[in-house]
Design a binder for this molecule. Structure first.
Ligand SMILES: Cc1c2[nH]c(c1CCC(=O)O)Cc1[nH]c(c(CCC(=O)O)c1C)Cc1[nH]c(c(CCC(=O)O)c1C)Cc1[nH]c(c(C)c1CCC(=O)O)C2
Length: 353
């Protein structure tokens, strides 16, 4: 497969800790419900999952934020829960209640019966979306592929949907850790293959979303989340088509573990807004680039308040290489698109060298 030449490589250069003309910026969940054009396409597609599985429409919504804003990266439109869906759990979305699974995974027998999906065929719609988006991007900006971390995927699979206390999975890690390890090991193998398939299909960087790693205790994080992300990092294709394919680890609430996350050999850490970029940079030194970390709620405030916060964060990171600006978590449905625009413009304006 050959794709058009990349015109804007600021994002990849920053991840490689190389100098850039201005700080690259993208937003987690940049294609989503805060955009009226997303809501219109979503209405045409049917359900959210129908949208993920429709190559043409998934490509359309991926490109929507790029039509509006001068973003420096695009991210595949899909969901982390496509993986458990491909393992036969039956994903569906209850309007207003978030994701649900028809089957849950709680016993030794449930775990043993979980199939290892053949990612190229069982998740072929994801790979088709990746290649189509990459072609349609026409080299404007790099395309990011992604997956959930094994721990984060396991929370949905064991609880049967979103959870506040992770009751069943936490019971499992403390009562029968060997079961949890069997499940997490299976997930790590599948996620490695899934991300490698995305890279072969055209993803130029990958991000692992560990949205719930921060819910673990100090020791438990290293045993039940980080260990499996390490396994994935070790198994990933790191160079493709003559270029490094950077891997970004994002543990929401992961501020305690930056040193050990950086020691996995990943290229960058995603930071949420509870951490200081300056302190984080001192802690990880020149091992990795940093991505983040404005509180997404700042986007509810006025454009002048947004600009002030962007300036503050850029000043806090300072004149070092290796910063990708992002929100500390996904943009939310009530944000006004103009506020997202003010955010992106401010990053470029205040960081231009
Ligand atoms: C935990 C998680 C999920 N999905 C994801 C995570 C990890 C990141 C995070 O911590 O937020 C990741 C994700 N989900 C989506 C993307 C697309 C790419 C992007 O623009 O960032 C990505 C990278 C689209 C989506 N995934 C979902 C939507 C909303 C669906 C809709 O259109 O109704 C989108 C645009 C649905 C989803 N998907 C998930 C939940 C809990 C929900 C429902 C909550 C919600 O409504 O925001 C699981």
């Amino acid at each position: 497969m050959s794709f058009p030449e990349l015109k804007n490589d600021r994002f990849l250069r920053a991840l490689a800790r190389e100098p850039v003309d201005m700080t690259p910026v993208w937003m987690m969940r940049q294609a989503g419900r805060y955009l009226p054009e997303y809501r219109a396409t979503r209405a045409r597609a049917g359900s959210f999952l129908d949208l993920c599985k429709n190559t043409e429409l998934a490509c359309e919504v991926t490109l929507q934020p790029l039509e509006r804003f001068p973003l420096d990266a695009s991210i595949l439109f899909s969901d982390i829960l496509t993986v458990p869906d491909a393992m036969g759990l039956g994903l569906y979305f209850e309007e207003g209640e978030g994701p649900r699974f028809r089957k849950v995974v709680r016993t030794e027998a449930d775990i043993a019966a979980l199939p290892s999906p053949k990612v190229e065929s069982d998740l072929d719609y994801v790979m088709r979306a990746v290649s189509t988006i990459r072609r349609e991007l026409n080299g404007r900006v790099p395309l990011i592929g992604f997956s959930g971390s094994p721990w984060t995927l396991a929370t949905y699979m064991v609880e049967g949907g979103s959870s506040k206390d992770f009751r069943h999975l936490k019971d499992m890690i403390y009562s029968t850790p060997e079961l949890a390890h069997a499940l997490l090991g299976k997930l790590a193998d599948t996620v490695t293959e899934y991300l490698n398939a995305q890279i072969r299909a055209g993803a130029q960087a990958v991000q692992i979303f560990d949205s719930w790693g921060g819910a673990l205790g100090w020791r438990a994080y290293e045993e039940f989340s980080l260990r499996y992300m390490q396994q994935i990092v070790d198994g990933l294709i790191r160079e493709h088509d003559g270029r490094r394919v950077p891997v970004i680890l994002f543990t929401k609430g992961g501020g305690l573990w930056l040193e050990s996350m950086a020691a996995t050999g990943c290229d960058a850490l995603g930071l949420d807004w509870t951490q200081s970029l300056d302190q984080a940079r001192r802690r990880v030194g020149d091992k990795v680039a940093l991505q983040g970390n404005m509180d997404p709620a700042v986007l509810y405030a006025s454009p002048s308040a947004i600009r002030a916060e962007v300036k503050r964060i850029l000043d806090e990171f300072g004149p070092h290489p290796g910063h990708v600006f992002n929100l500390g978590h996904g943009i939310t449905p009530h944000v006004k698109p103009e506020h997202a625009g003010a955010f992106i413009e401010a990053v470029h304006e205040f960081s231009a060298r």
